[in-house]
Design a protein around this ligand. Structure first.
Ligand code: GLN
Length: 484
C-alpha cells in the first residue's frame, strides 16, 4: 500500500504512468487521509470527494491519452479564495459561506487540463487577511508539527495540507507573504511568482496590485513542476504579462559564480534569536557552495510595513465593496430597505476585515489621501527602485522568511501590530512585484524555519534552480517527520 507521507508529486506521477497504481487508488488514499487528519488540524474547508473521484476516473479510463499530462493524477488542494466551478468557495468568510462559483479560476482550469485532481479547498484567513489562519470564519487551522501552534497565514490550510500529506501539492495566494510565511512555519516550499506571471482570474481580490497566486510543494522539484503548469499569459487578466522575458541564467548552473546579498535591514531586532542562528548556519552552508555572499542595506525597505498596510487595505476597501448582500453570498434581508440589507449583510465580515475596510477607506478619503495613500505609493516606487539597483549588482537577496517559528494559537490575536510584523521579511517582494521563494532550512525547538530567496522580475527558473542546489545541501529536518 502506498504511504501518502512517502510520496512526492513527481514520484506519484511515475507510479501512475508505470501503472503500478491507478489515479483512483491515489485519490482514495489522499481522500481518506484528508478526512482523518482534518479532524486534528482543520486545514480543509471542503473535501471534494465526488469531484475528485470523477476526475480520477476520467484519467484511469483513458490513461494512454493522458500519459503526457504534467500533473497526471496528482491530488492537490486549492486555497478557498480561488474559484472552483460547482465547488463551494468561501474565501474563509461567513459572507461567502454559501457561494458556489459558476466558473473555474484560470489556474484551476490549467490544473485540470494538466491532469491534477482537485481534492480539497483549503482553509485560510478571511479574504486572505492574516498571518495565522485565526481570522477564518471556519476556525483556525492548526500546524501539523505542533497542533497548539498556528500554521501561518493566510494560506495556512494550503501549507498545512501539504505538510500533513493530505495532498501532494497546493495552490495559495500571496499579497504580503501568505504563501511564503505559512510555507516557512509548516516546513514546505512556497513560491510567490513575479506579479503578472500567473493569472489572477478567479482569485477573490484582496489587494489587486499585490495579489499573486503561487504553488506549495514538499520540495523544490515539485514546486517547479506546479509553477510551470500555472504560469503564463491570460488574455482575460489585464495585468498578466504577455511575453515573459527570457531570463539568462547560464552563468549560474552552479552557485559558484553567484553574488548573493543578505538584506541586513530584514535581520534586525524583530528576528527571533533561534531563527537567526538557523539562518546564520544556512548562510555558512551556502557559502560552502562557493557563492559570494555580502551584507547589504536596501534603502526604504524598512518602510515596507506602513506602505503595505496603507495601500493593501485601500485596495481591499474598494474590492470588498461588491459584498453587499445583493450580488454574491449571504443576504440578510431582515431590515426594511436595501440599505439595511447592505448594512446587515456587511456586519458579517470578521473583525480583521472590518479593520482593513476602515483603514483603507480612511487612507483614501479626501483630506487624507495625499498624506497617506499617495505618500505610501511614492515610497513604494522608491522601494522598487532600490531593488532594481540591488539586482544590477547581485543575483539573489536572502533573508529568513519569517521572524519567528510557528507561534501559539491565540498568542497574538489581541495585538494586530505584532501580528502584522510576521510579514516583515516577505512584504518587500510584493511591494516590488518580484518573485520570492521560501524553502525549509532547519529546525528550531521542533519547528521548521524557512529561508527566503528573492530575485529580479521573472527570474523564477533561476530562483528555483538555486533553491534546488541549496535544498540538496541542507538536510533541514534530519529526517524528523510529522507525527500525525
Ligand atoms: N499577512 C498579510 C496580511 O494580513 C499578508 C496576507 C496575504 O499575503 N494574503 O495582509
Amino acid at each position: 500500500m502506498t504511504n501518502p507521507k512517502d510520496l512526492t508529486a513527481t514520484s506519484c506521477i511515475k507510479l501512475i504512468k508505470s501503472k503500478e497504481v491507478t489515479a483512483t487508488e491515489i485519490t482514495n488514499i489522499y481522500l481518506d487521509r484528508s478526512q482523518r487528519v482534518n479532524s486534528q488540524i482543520n486545514s480543509l474547508i471542503t473535501i471534494c470527494t465526488e469531484h475528485a473521484l470523477e476526475q480520477a476516473k476520467m484519467i484511469d479510463e483513458n490513461l494512454d491519452d493522458h500519459m503526457e499530462k504534467p500533473l497526471l493524477g496528482v491530488p492537490i488542494s486549492v486555497k478557498d479564495v480561488i474559484s472552483t466551478s460547482n465547488i463551494l468557495t468561501t474565501a474563509g468568510s461567513n459572507i461567502l459561506s454559501n457561494y458556489i462559483p459558476p466558473y473555474d479560476a484560470t489556474v484551476v482550469k490549467k490544473l485540470k487540463d494538466a491532469g491534477a485532481i482537485i481534492i480539497s479547498k483549503a482553509n485560510c484567513d478571511e479574504f486572505a487577511m492574516g498571518s495565522s489562519n485565526e481570522n477564518s470564519f471556519f476556525k483556525c487551522c492548526r500546524n501539523p508539527w505542533d497542533t497548539e501552534k498556528v500554521p501561518g497565514g493566510s494560506s495556512g490550510g494550503s501549507a498545512a495540507s501539504v505538510a500533513a500529506s493530505q495532498s501532494l501539492l497546493s495552490i495559495g495566494s500571496d499579497t504580503g507573504g501568505s504563501i511564503r510565511q505559512p510555507a516557512s512555519l509548516c516546513g514546505v516550499v512556497g513560491l510567490k511568482p513575479t506579479y503578472g506571471a500567473v493569472s489572477r482570474i478567479g482569485l477573490i481580490a484582496f489587494g489587486s496590485s499585490y495579489d499573486q497566486i503561487g504553488p506549495f510543494a514538499k520540495n523544490v522539484e515539485d514546486c517547479e513542476l506546479l509553477y510551470n503548469v500555472i504560469k503564463g499569459y491570460d488574455p482575460k487578466d489585464l495585468t498578466s504579462k504577455k511575453q515573459i522575458p527570457d531570463f539568462n541564467f547560464e552563468k549560474s548552473r552552479n552557485l559558484k559564480d553567484l553574488k548573493i546579498a543578505i538584506c541586513e535591514d530584514l535581520i534586525n531586532e524583530n528576528i527571533n534569536q533561534n531563527v537567526k542562528s538557523v539562518f546564520d548556519n544556512t548562510v555558512s552552508k551556502i557559502s560552502e557552495l562557493g557563492a559570494t555572499i555580502e551584507k547589504i542595506n536596501i534603502p526604504y525597505i524598512g518602510e515596507s510595513l506602513p506602505v503595505y498596510y496603507l495601500t493593501a487595505p485601500s485596495e481591499a476597501s474598494s474590492n470588498l465593496n461588491r459584498f453587499d448582500g445583493i450580488k454574491y453570498g449571504i443576504s440578510d434581508q431582515s431590515g426594511s430597505s436595501s440599505w439595511d440589507t447592505i448594512n446587515l449583510t456587511r456586519s458579517n465580515f470578521g473583525d480583521e476585515v472590518k479593520r482593513r475596510i476602515l483603514l483603507g477607506t480612511f487612507a483614501l478619503s479626501s483630506g487624507y489621501y495625499d498624506d497617506y495613500y499617495d505618500k505610501a505609493q511614492k515610497i513604494r516606487g522608491l522601494i522598487i527602485e532600490s531593488f532594481n539597483k540591488v539586482f544590477s549588482n547581485y543575483d539573489i537577496v536572502i533573508s529568513p522568511t519569517s521572524p519567528t517559528t510557528a507561534f501559539q494559537i491565540g498568542s497574538l490575536t489581541n495585538d494586530p501590530i505584532l501580528m502584522y510584523q510576521n510579514d516583515i521579511c516577505t512584504m518587500p517582494a510584493n511591494i516590488a512585484g518580484i518573485p520570492a521563494i521560501s524553502i525549509p532550512c532547519g529546525m528550531s525547538e521542533g519547528l521548521p524555519v524557512g529561508l527566503q530567496l528573492m530575485g529580479p522580475n521573472f527570474s523564477e527558473p533561476f530562483l528555483l534552480m538555486a533553491s534546488k542546489i541549496i535544498e540538496e545541501k541542507l538536510s533541514w529536518n534530519n529526517g524528523v517527520k510529522i507525527s500525525i
